[in-house]
Design a protein around this ligand. Structure first.
Ligand code: ZN
Length: 317
């Protein structure tokens, strides 16, 4: 208890430092153009130019994206209801939901896109059981941790770095976008996090479909660079939940922030994810739904229950 109070004091102090501009601004280190990495997958199942794709919501920030022969898994979390995750500094959180499918029932995965290395995004079961040859793209920090766990095909990205992926003639690109897991001063105490833009198609500069995944972030200055570099986002997956650590500090978007994010990114459609799954998630989905309604954005949002799938079609540009 005394430790929790001490930690709370430290975090509040860190938040105040951040607010006062004493913490280093993230933007100063952001390069104009990042590095490019490449990943070649076995050609089996590639579907060049395919028209339709799907996003299946599994729970928390876990989704399965299937398009043009690629099967992509995000932030794999297969812990069941009642299980606990460790969030660092002795903090834990209890899961309130079950994943829509079990880890053992996953289809073959081409690539894992991991926003950051936190137990509710890459849990112990996944750390133990995921095939070590599975390609994983994440932050540089997470890439190092994954290597230490024995994963052999990891790609650690800095902001605006990209991973070009090919599977036979099919192509897609992952670009790391800014993300900050909390107020400036607090975020330095939590794992580095990234958003990502997924561009699918033979020419990723003129994508057949463009998807944005926010990662665990708040809406802050650097986010504005995303729509400047990536206009015409077709689908945004937003990590909501209004996660609060020690009950006070907000480290992911709540309902209001989610709408603000939609207004900045301006996606054609938005699917909220990462809500109601853990007891540290303090902003239920209803908060977001209410804000969406108030902003007149209802037609732009698709609500998926755990296990439900959103189907999309290739976009002509
Ligand atoms: Zn999270």
């Amino acid at each position: 208890m005394r430790f929790a109070r001490l930690l709370q004091t430290c975090l509040l102090f860190a938040a105040m430092c951040g607010a006062a501009g004493l913490a280093q601004a993230d933007a100063t280190a952001t390069p104009a153009q990042g590095e490019t990495f490449s990943l070649q997958l076995a050609a089996t199942g590639a579907a060049v130019g395919a028209e339709s794709g799907t996003v299946q919501f599994i729970g928390t920030a876990t989704v399965i994206i299937r398009y043009q022969g690629f099967t992509i898994l995000t932030d794999p979390n297969f812990l069941h209801k009642g299980g606990h995750v460790h969030l660092g500094y002795g903090l834990t959180s209890e899961r309130k939901t079950n994943p829509a499918i079990n880890f053992e029932d996953l289809p073959p995965i081409d690539l894992v896109v991991l926003s950051h290395f936190h137990d509710d995004h890459f849990d112990k079961l996944v750390q133990e059981k995921l095939n070590r040859a599975t390609p994983i793209v994440s932050t540089k920090e997470a890439g190092e941790r994954l290597k230490r766990l024995g994963f052999t095909r990891t790609f650690g990205l800095s902001t605006w770095d990209r991973l070009e992926v090919s599977k036979g003639g099919a192509r897609m690109r992952v670009t790391a976008t800014p993300g900050r897991h909390g107020p400036a001063g607090v975020a330095v105490l939590l794992p580095k996090t990234m958003g990502s833009v997924l561009d699918f198609g033979a020419n990723p500069d003129v994508p057949d479909y463009r998807m944005y995944i926010s990662g665990d972030t708040l809406v802050y200055d650097d986010i504005h660079a995303i729509p400047q570099r990536f206009p015409n986002i077709d689908l945004a997956l937003l990590h909501l939940g209004g996660t609060r650590i020690l009950g006070v500090l907000k480290v992911t978007m709540d309902g209001k922030d989610g709408v603000r994010m939609m207004q900045v990114i301006r996606p054609k459609k938005t699917v909220p994810i990462h809500y109601n799954d853990y007891d540290v998630f303090k902003s239920p989905l209803e908060d977001f739904a209410r804000e969406v309604k108030a902003a007149g954005l209802e037609r732009d949002v698709v609500y998926l229950a755990h296990g439900e799938t959103y189907a999309f079609r290739r976009v002509q540009r």
